[in-house]
Design a protein around this ligand. Structure first.
Ligand code: FNR
Length: 343
């Protein structure tokens, strides 16, 4: 199966798995404030992550790697939604463009459509410094995302089997690249220990990618004759992953909360748990698949509106204020965090 076919498979599986399922964000509730003392017109959603300024704390996360006409169309659609809403956007893995330079247009359409937006390049941790620079230059990116997808690779019959040296590579690239580096998980959740290791490098931002949304173990297991089913429930759920990452980052690294984010309410919860911004992949893909660029735009705008309403309800005029909104944690997330010793 070619890389483009495999990526198309990912999109189809991700879309077919897309439902309003429950996840760890349901374990979080805000404490009601009957005297919030603010008004909707005062809400400011701008935020900084690392050295980047975002007018909106929403990131359309990486999905469109693999190349091909369909990827290009999806990138164009997501880029237009990002431009019209002020959301940041990551392209999918650019490895396909290194294998076939004709595929570069699949990615640089994003910069053509969204000239002034915040755009992230994307590669896996097997990258070289040279490739990191090329990926950034290809789309004039504001930052580089490096994804960590060990479990996905292990479940893929043709996947990588050697994960040595990733931290050293990340460290070298973060120290030398001219734009900030973001390290992201893809659905298995960054842990305290992983973020503590990344903190020893020049990485500016981590994207927690916990479970509860797109499940790459389940997706890849569908292609295996003998599935590794135990990986389908592997890793940290989104909420514990955000809390662990925020503790480890202890303000010297910015945190993007992600994995199963469904709406503006989940975004508000991610931020109240300590994240600076939130990433959404599967849900934006579904909105774009159903309604094209207008569908994706409507979905992001709705998330922004919902976030604004929650911020007003809890009296948080700025993203920073939302981090101090009181929360109650229940269920498995509470249990996990107690077991792990996080308050
Ligand atoms: C992804 N994701 C992803 N991540 C990455 O860093 N590079 C990539 O090329 C891709 N490709 C990709 C394709 C498709 C179809 C999906 C749905 C996702 C992972 C994505 O950015 C995100 O980390 C996870 O999907 C978890 O977020 P959601 O989907 O639960 O919001």
């Amino acid at each position: 199966m070619s890389r483009a076919e495999r990526k198309k498979d990912h999109i189809n599986y991700a879309l077919s798995a897309e439902t309003e399922k429950k996840n760890s964000f349901d374990d979080v509730r805000f404490v009601h404030n009957s005297l919030p003392g603010t008004s909707v017109s005062q809400i400011d959603q701008s935020v900084s992550i690392g050295e980047l300024y975002l007018s909106s704390p929403i990131i359309i996360n990486a999905m469109t790697g693999g190349g091909g006409k369909e990827t290009e169309r999806m990138n164009e659609c997501l880029a237009a939604a990002a431009r019209d809403t002020g959301a940041a956007m990551a392209v999918g893995s650019q490895m396909a463009a290194f294998k076939d330079p004709a595929e570069e247009r699949t990615y640089n359409i994003v910069r053509k459509v969204n000239k002034d937006g915040v755009i992230f390049a994307n590669l896996g941790s097997e990258l070289t410094l040279e490739q990191a620079k090329q990926a950034v230059d290809m789309i004039d990116a504001n930052a580089l995302q490096i994804h960590l997808n060990v479990i996905q690779e292990l479940v893929m019959p043709e996947g990588d089997r050697d994960f040595k040296g990733a931290l050293e590579t990340i460290s070298e690239i973060a120290a030398s690249l001219h734009v900030p580096v973001i390290i992201k998980e893809v659905g298995f959740g960054l842990s305290y220990e992983t973020v503590a290791q990344l903190k020893q490098t020049d990485v500016q931002v981590v994207d927690t990618g916990g479970n509860g949304g797109t499940n790459f173990a389940a997706i890849e297991n569908k292609r295996r004759d003998e599935p590794f089913d135990f990986f389908n429930k592997w890793g940290l759920a989104a909420v514990p992953s955000i809390v662990e990452s925020v503790h480890a980052a202890s303000r010297s690294i910015s945190v993007i909360g992600s994995g199963g984010v469904r709406n503006g309410y989940d975004i508000a919860k991610a931020i109240a748990l300590g994240a600076d911004a939130a990433g959404i992949a599967g849900k934006v893909l579904a909105a774009a698949d159903q309604g094209g660029k207008e569908g994706a735009k409507r979905f992001i705008t709705k998330c922004q509106e919902e976030l604004k309403m929650v911020m007003t309800a809890v009296g948080a005029e700025r993203i920073m204020d939302l981090k101090y909104a009181p929360l109650v944690l229940t269920g498995e997330s509470k249990h996990w965090l107690e077991e792990r010793g996080f308050p």
